[in-house]
Each structure stands twice: as C-alpha cells, then as structure tokens.
Design a protein around this ligand. Sequence first.
Ligand code: V47
Length: 385
Amino acid sequence: MIAPKIQDRMRSIRETVENGGRLGMEDGIFLYSPEVPLHEVGELANYVRERINGNVGYYNINTHLNPTNVCVYRCRFCAFRADLRDPKGYAMSEEQILARGKEAEDNGCTEMHIVGGLHHKLGYDWYRGILETLHNAYPQIHLKGWTAVEINWFEFLTKKSSKEILTDLREAGLGSMPGGGAEIFHPEVRDQLCEHKANAHKWIEIHQAAHEIGLKTNCTMLYGHVEQPYHRIDHLLKLRDLQDKTGGFQTFIPLAFHPENTKLSNLKKPSALMDLRTMAISRLMLDNVPHIKAYWIMLGIGTAQTALAYGADDIDGTVRHELIYHDAGATTPEMLTIEQIKNLIVEAGRDPVERDTVYRRVHRNPDNFKEWTLGDDVPVLAMQR
Ligand code: V47
C-alpha cells in the first residue's frame, strides 16, 4: 500500500514531466526513496524515452582498445590499473595497436573506444600517435578516445590548454570523446575515490572545450559505492547545466560499481533494482540529453534488456577486448555477435537500429557485412529542450 503523501508527490512529478517541465534536486532525491515504487519511476522514464526516441533500440559494432594499464593514479574503484613495475602492467606496441585496427576492420567495426592509464614514462606524442596510426591505416573507423582525465593529464604534460590539445587530437584522428572519468562530481565522494585526478570543474571545463570546437562527447556517473542519492542528483544536475549551455553530450551512461579486485572490495555491487531505478531517474533528470545507454557489459544482459523499458534507448555495442569491467569481476561475455545483440533488442520489444558513434544509421551490405554506408541521423523525436 503506497502512502497517500507519496502518491500525491508522484502525481505532481508525473504532471510536471508530462507537461514538459523540469525536475529539481528534491524531486530526484524523492524518486530514490524506497517507498516510491520502482515500476512507477520506470513507467514515467519509459514515457520520456518513447517521447524522445520512439521504439528504437540502438546498438553499434565496436571494439575497445586500452593501450596501457599503467597509471599514475590509484583510483580506489579501479581494478584495471597497474603500477609502473607491476608484472601485470603493459603498454602496447605500434604493431599490436595496428593489429587491433585490422581485427576491428575485419569484424566490421565502425568504432574503436580508446582509453587507458596515465603512464608515468610515456609522453603526449605516444597517446597522439595511437590516434594518428589508427586513423591513417583505418580512416573509416571512428576513434572515440581519451577521457577528460587523460586530456587533463595531457594539459599537464604539454602545458597547453585543453582546447589546443583537443584541436590537435582531432587533427590526428580523434572523432569524439567517451564519457569516462566523471565518477561522482561531489567532493565529499570524489575525494574518497580519486582525490588527485581532475575534479568536477576540470572534467566539465574539458567537455565544454570539446563541445565548443564541435566534438561530441558522452557523459557517465559511477554509482553504487560510497555515495548517497543527493550526490547522484547533484552529479546529474551538473551534467544537465553543461548540456543547457552547449548541447554537446550525445549519451549518458550510468555505470554500476563492480567491487571485485578493487580497494573497495568490501562493498556489495548495486542490485538490479538499483540499476533500473538509476537508469530511470537519469532519463527523467537529463531531459536535454538525447540518449541513455544501458551498457550490457556492466549491467548484465537481462538487466540491460529490462533497462530498455526503464529509460534507456541504447545498449552499446558488440564490444571486444573489454578489460575495465572484466578485471573488476564482470561475468558478462567479452563480446556479442551482431545477431545476438540485435536479438536481445528484439526480445525486449524494441526496433534495433545500428548506429555509428554519432548516431547516423549504418546500412550494411547484406552480402558482405564488413561493408557499410552511413545514412542520415536517426531523428530524435521530441526533446523538450
Ligand atoms: O571512468 C572503472 C568506470 C569508466 C570500475 O562513453 C568502473 O560510450 C564500475 O566510461 N566498477 C570507464 N565502474 C568506462 C566508460 C564507458 C563505458 C562504456 C561506454 C562509454 C561511452 C564509456 O568505468 C571509468 C569509471 O567510471 N569504472 N572501474 C569498476 N570497478
């Protein structure tokens, strides 16, 4: 039995959303209360999701490249990083990187997602060179690379501004930026997780710089560790504010914390119920971001499928060589075939659409799946802002 006070408040939130109004901090915190039935939050998020993206369920054909895991930072949530002299530490050679490009091409990938550690000994030119090498050899593959944390490291290495660096990286072949490194912006939490790396202000400044030179970016939030609902909503509102200014975010990806092999391994992984609630609340709060991604690698396939009815319209890609989540105990497969990912979307009752990184429709040659052409942008139906 739902308390009448809760029902009243939920009714008022529903009216605001249906009339195209905006939810605020208190609304977001309220939606996280366990007394608010999850299915009601999900239904409202689904209404918004269908208003913006109809019945489409997006996927892409992609691969990951983590050129090094050696990192000067010691983020407490990270199971992927290694110290300089750690036997598990590696830095890939140019041949290894080119081999990954070839494998991506052979498997029809339209995107390489490139992130890694901040290596103590490798300079900016090594990171830039990875983009240049891949772009020269495989110009048709979109390079979505380097998080704001890496760009901030390049600022330190080169003493140049983020805008100069991003402009230079774009010349080398950078197509867009992934959303990693955002974690939780609020210093009460950020200082416990990763006190030395780029803070909220920096992360936002770098994404703003990217948007101002015309690069699209994604945004993320790492949840389910030491944060409270207040910190999550604060994070979402900061992203919403930047999007109001620039419109440069394409997709938001809520990232559920995986504790295994991290310095926070005493914590429990968030439940599927928390994953779905966070997905739905993200859709409701971020009324100006066109896409919400249910990253199947991190959520597990069943929850990712369910998330397509809880606000998400995108399920990420077929993925190859994912390490960040698998090092932290993810039990999902390391990749899916094109047929598997399409079926997963169909089973969830959505119409699968293959997109490239910037949401253009991909048309595959039916006789040779490695050949593709790009169509128009898939229209976003009715953004409120
Ligand atoms: O910034 C690291 C997170 C992020 C753990 O832009 C962890 O399309 C949970 O940003 N448990 C990197 N999360 C991944 C990322 C991403 C993933 C998929 C798509 C896109 C995109 C971006 O992963 C890091 C951090 O927030 N992370 N370790 C962990 N143990």
